[in-house]
Design a protein around this ligand. Structure first.
Ligand SMILES: Cc1ncc(COP(=O)(O)O)c(C=O)c1O
Length: 310
């Protein structure tokens, strides 16, 4: 709903209809947010508006070509998680913001996963030298427990609600209890000592994961990392689902990226203690060993299935 709200505000403010999003990005399964995502989730519900355009991530030229006087906004995740924690290339996000400004379009950043200190700064966009027009928050805003989201807007966009503030309301919209929790989460996340702790954990994970990678170099091929937002690059598309299963068997909850199953999303809790890293790495090591054994067996099975059309 927070994504839908941001897109509604963009349209109302700019009086333009088109929205540009990123191929393989993910912003949710409701109304307008669904339109910004993958065709596989849209087509069953007959969502196919030509006003929603998708471009590849990290491609400035594609954004430049797609921007025209009908574009209300560009929406993207600061670090697209479902695409496999792909890190923005140097200057990409700043260029997108500049192109949007030039075209009088708005830039909406979805920080549902990347925000609230996950990357080692309070907001992930702080790493990339730009300020977006809107930021969307959720999940961690209530510690992931109580449902609350937020559409944070630049003050100029408030004018959308001046004439009639009731043009966007809902029964549970205020989320009074959620606000109490979110206020506390914001207070904790913005604390410099908390951020320092997140960055220390990130450094420790970085070196431990590099060691693990050296131990399993053919299966575990690389690490994508910004703070505690991490992606483990694996051998192939089969490897992500397999590691998800073997990690679960070893008491670790992690999941492969839906739009790039060769990458596993690795998002340890920001509040974890340094002493627990050893446990996580030991279990991940076991999970990797088991995944390496399972991989050829499942590879054979899937190959046989496709060969014999089972
Ligand atoms: C980056 C991002 N944006 C938006 C959403 C949508 O959130 P919800 O499932 O609460 O609609 C998600 C959910 O996983 C997400 O990861």
């Amino acid at each position: 709903e927070a994504i839908d709200t941001s897109l509604k505000i963009a349209r109302a403010f700019t009086k333009r209809k088109k929205i540009i999003s990123v191929q393989g990005g993910y912003h949710g399964h409701t109304g307008l947010s669904l339109q910004t995502g993958d065709a596989k989730y849209r087509t069953p519900f007959l969502f196919d508006s030509p006003d929603f355009i998708q471009v590849p991530f990290n491609d400035c030229k594609a954004i430049e070509n797609a921007l025209d006087i009908e574009v209300a906004a560009v929406i993207l995740e600061t670090i697209p998680a479902t695409l496999g924690m792909v890190l923005p290339q140097k200057g990409y996000l700043k260029t997108v913001k500049d192109l949007c400004e030039k075209n009088k379009s708005l830039l909406i950043l979805d920080e549902v996963q990347a925000g609230l200190s996950r990357t080692g700064k309070l907001w992930a966009f702080e790493h990339f030298d730009l300020v977006p027009d809107m930021v969307v928050l959720a999940k961690g805003l209530s510690g992931g427990i109580y449902p609350i989201t937020a559409t944070v807007i630049d003050q100029k966009l408030e004018s959308v609600f001046h004439k009639d503030p009731f043009i966007h309301i809902s029964t549970s919209g205020g989320s009074e209890l959620g606000c109490v929790v979110a206020k506390k989460v914001l207070e904790i996340s913005a604390n410099s000592n908390f951020l320092k702790k997140v960055n220390t954990l990130a450094e420790l994970f970085s070196s431990e994961l590099q060691n693990l990678q050296k131990k399993h170099p053919k299966f575990f091929r690389g690490i994508r990392q910004k703070g505690l937002m991490m992606g483990l690059e694996l051998k192939d598309d089969l490897a992500g689902p397999i590691l998800t299963k073997t990690a679960f068997d070893n008491d670790l909850l992690l999941i492969y990226a839906n739009n790039d199953p060769s990458v596993v999303q690795f998002l340890p809790p920001l509040i974890m203690e340094q002493k627990d890293i050893e446990f996580v790495i030991t279990q991940l090591d076991k999970a990797l060993k088991e995944a390496k054994i399972l991989h050829p067996i499942l590879k054979l099975k899937t190959t046989a299935q496709s060969l014999f059309k089972l």
